[in-house]
Design a protein around this ligand. Structure first.
Ligand code: TXA
Ligand code: MG
Length: 353
């Protein structure tokens, strides 16, 4: 299959040319095809959420196990009613506070949503993205777009269209290039079918922000804990996602000790013939001796760290780095999402100094 790649800037969605392309993309989705598109979190791989064949195609294109449910994306509030069996007060409250935006809620599904989309579950994940390109595409596609991150299963989620093309070229009808995404980590997922509501995947909307609106909110224990002995509640979180090809270790402790330890391990690894890499922060970057040293951003700017993490993991793959060390980050606020993804990428391998 030939994949058509088009560019649409978020600020230009209302222009005629963009509108024509978005209508074309919407038609592709209505006909059962797949279109990758930008959102404020990461690129999504869209298909018609109410068409089971489309969902099956999504699993095939990603090489994703079909027990791992998809998120249904909508573009206006009323559209939630036909796809869920009950809209709780809690759902209304958090939609009011955080939609459109990087938040996904789990609710009981209605019969309209095929089990192929929900991975066999009786619940459905629903999200209303704030990205204008995504919103228009959903509208032109008929209102319901199932979209996992647009990566091959097991790779970091794509933050730029070129990474989507790397994984999806030839497998899907169309890719909409909307430039680099803003957040860079996937949406927060909150399960509203349990009491108290539970965060299954941390993201830009933090536990603190959700608690302000809902009161008591729990976080799945597996989010930061690799040996809790429990299975994560979001089926997708049990897979070792976001894995770079190189072996990744996180090092935590006082900053100077971390730099010293990483440099000594880097020297050993280089002697053993490994190509070494470091994920460091701006403040101490020039102290590292590895062959490839990447800045994930400044410690003072968590948003930049979130935005750069997946891009850096992909770059290490491109540069065939075999041994990677990373600094560690705070686990409060948005840091919970950053450390959750980093720990998964490292298979929870952490050295504490
Ligand atoms: O930011 C995002 O959410 C991106 C963009 C494209 O919107 N999408 C995304 O989708 O990250 P995906 O498929 O890569 O991740 C969806 C996660 C998986 O871990 C899946 O297991 C979980 O959501 N999930 C989906 N439906 C669920 C359900 N009914 N119950 C529990 N977990 C669910
Ligand atoms: Mg994903």
């Amino acid at each position: 299959m030939e994949t058509k790649i088009v560019e649409i800037e978020e600020s230009k969605v209302k222009e005629k040319a963009a509108e024509a392309l978005l209508k074309e993309a919407g038609a592709v989705l209505k006909e059962g095809g797949l279109v990758a598109f930008p959102t404020e979190t990461v690129y999504g791989l869209g298909g018609d959420a109410l068409n089971k064949e489309s969902s099956c195609k999504i699993y095939a294109a990603k090489g994703r196990p079909s027990d791992n449910p998809l998120i249904v994306h909508i573009c206006k509030w009323e559209d939630i009613y036909p796809i869920v069996s009950e809209v709780s007060e809690e759902a209304k409250k958090i939609a009011e506070a955080f939609w459109p935006g990087p938040l996904t809620m789990i609710l009981p599904k209605s019969d309209l949503v095929p089990y192929e989309t929900t991975g066999g579950l009786d619940t459905v994940a629903v999200r209303m993205p704030s990205h204008k390109v995504a919103q228009k595409l959903i509208e032109y596609a008929g209102g319901y777009v199932a979209a996992p991150s647009a990566n091959t299963s097991g790779k970091p989620s794509p933050t730029q269209a070129r990474y989507v093309a790397e994984d999806m070229d030839g497998k899907i009808e169309m890719i909409i290039d909307g430039g680099e995404v803003g957040i860079g980590l996937e949406s927060t997922i909150i399960d509203l079918t349990v009491k108290p509501p539970q965060i299954l995947r941390p993201g830009f909307i933090t536990q603190e922000m959700l608690s302000e609106v809902l009161g008591d909110v729990e976080a799945d224990v597996t989010i930061l804990n690799g040996d809790s002995g429990q299975a994560p509640k979001a089926p997708g979180m049990k897979y070792r996602h976001y894995a770079p090809k190189g072996d990744l270790t996180i090092v935590t402790g006082p900053q100077d000790k971390v730099v010293e330890y990483i440099n000594s391990e880097v020297s050993k690894a280089m002697l053993a013939g490994e190509k070494t890499g470091v994920i460091g922060t701006e403040e101490v970057l020039d102290k590292y001796h590895a062959q490839v040293v990447k800045s994930v951003g400044s410690r003072d700017d968590e948003l930049s760290i979130g935005r750069h993490l997946y891009t850096i993991l992909r770059e290490f793959d491109d540069e065939d780095v075999t041994r990677i060390f990373s600094e560690s980050f705070e686990t409060e606020g948005f840091g919970q999402a950053i450390m959750n993804r980093l720990l998964k990428a490292a298979g929870h391998k952490v050295v504490r100094l």
